[in-house]
Design a protein around this ligand. Sequence first.
Ligand SMILES: NC(=O)c1ccc[n+]([C@@H]2O[C@H](COP(=O)([O-])OP(=O)(O)OC[C@H]3O[C@@H](n4cnc5c(N)ncnc54)[C@H](O)[C@@H]3O)[C@@H](O)[C@H]2O)c1
Ligand SMILES: [Zn+2]
Length: 358
Amino acid sequence: MDVSLGDRSYEILVNPGSLACLSVRVRALRPSRVAILSNPTVYGLYGRPVEEMLKGHGLDAFTVLVPDGEEYKDLLWLYKILGDLLRNRCDRKSVIVALGGGVVGDMAGFAAATFMRGIRCVQVPTTLLSQVDSSVGGKTGVNHPLGKNMVGAFHQPSLVVIDPHTLRTLPQREFVAGIAEVIKYGVIWDAELFDTLGRCCKEILGLGSELQDAIVRSCQIKATVVGRDEKESGLRAILNYGHTIGHAVEAVTGYRRYLHGEAVAIGMCGAGDLAVRMGMLPRQDARRITKVIENYGLPTRIPKDISPDRLTEAMMHDKKAEAGSVRFVLPTAIGMVKLVSDVPGSKLRQTLESCRVT
Ligand SMILES: NC(=O)c1ccc[n+]([C@@H]2O[C@H](COP(=O)([O-])OP(=O)(O)OC[C@H]3O[C@@H](n4cnc5c(N)ncnc54)[C@H](O)[C@@H]3O)[C@@H](O)[C@H]2O)c1
Ligand SMILES: [Zn+2]
C-alpha cells in the first residue's frame, strides 16, 4: 500500500519475512552509504544479519547504536548520531535505516530530517506499536526535559518495511500495549476491524494471520488519514482518540507505571464513557469498546490514587490543548468519531470519577 503525498509518496510493505527483502529495496534507492540505527536489544536479534545482507548486496552499510530506552530519546543522543553520520562520511545521498521500535524510529527520522537539511530514511519497525503507528506518517522527534516529543519535525520516510515475524521476540506486555492502537483504528474508522478484534482475540494474541490483516488495515487507515491531513490541521487529530486522558494518565504517573498503549487503553474507555454522558454514543457501544480492550488484558480504569483534579490539570498542560481548551475525540458509533472541544467540566469530572478503580 502507499501513503499518497505527491512526490513524497511512499510504499508500506507488510509481509512475514519481508526483512529478507530489505537489501533489494534499499539498493533501489541508490544510497551512497547506509546507516543502520538501532539499539543493542534489537541489533542483537536482527541487526547483524541485516547489516551483513546489506553489505552482501554491495551497499556501504554501517551501524549506529543508541541505548535501549525512552530516556535516551533526547537531543544529546541525536547530537551523537549526527556526529557518527559525519564521521562515517555520510552525505546527502545517504540513507538511514531505522531498525527498532518507536524510540529508534523517532530518532532516526529526526536525524534524517536534520542531517544536511534532510536525507532519506527507511523505517523498519519491530514493535507492534511502531508497525501500526509511529513508522507511518512522518512525525519524528525527541523529548525535552520539559516535555515529551517537544522537539521534532515532519519528515516522511522513503519506505516502510514491516515484518510481522519480528513480533515473535517482542515481550508480551509490549505486544499487548500495541494492540491498543489497533483497537483505536477500529473505533475511529473501521467497525469491521473492530469486530474482527473482538472475535479473534485468541488468534491475534497467538500471532495468527488475523494479526497480519489487522496490521495491514491499521497502516491503511493511518496512510489514508495522513494522506488527507499530513500536518494535523484537522482530520489527523482523530488519531488522538484515547490520548487526551491517556497522556494525562502517563504524565501524572511519571511515564513509569504504564506503557503508552496501556494508558491509551484507559483513555479510550474514558472517552467512551464521556461520549455516553454527552449523549453522543449508545451505552452498549461504550461497553463493547471496554470489553474488547479488557479481553486483550489491557487496563480499562483509572487507578484509584489518581484524582480527577490531577488529571484535568495534566490535560490542560498537554501540547495538544489549544488556548486552554481540551479537545476530545469522542465516538458516535463504533467506526466513527467527532472532535469535541467544548466538553463541560462537570461531565469530564463525572467520567474521571466513574472510570476510577473503586
Ligand atoms: N512518530 C510517531 O508518530 C509516534 C507515534 C506513536 C509513538 N511514538 C513514539 O514511539 C515510542 C514508543 O515506541 P515503542 O512502543 O515501539 O517502544 P520502544 O521503541 O521503546 O520499544 C519497546 C521495547 O521493545 C524492544 N524491542 C523492539 N523490537 C523488539 C523485538 N522485535 N523483539 C524484542 N524486543 C524488541 C525495544 O528494545 C524496547 O526495549 C515513544 O517514544 C513514542 O513517543 C511516535
Ligand atoms: Zn499512541
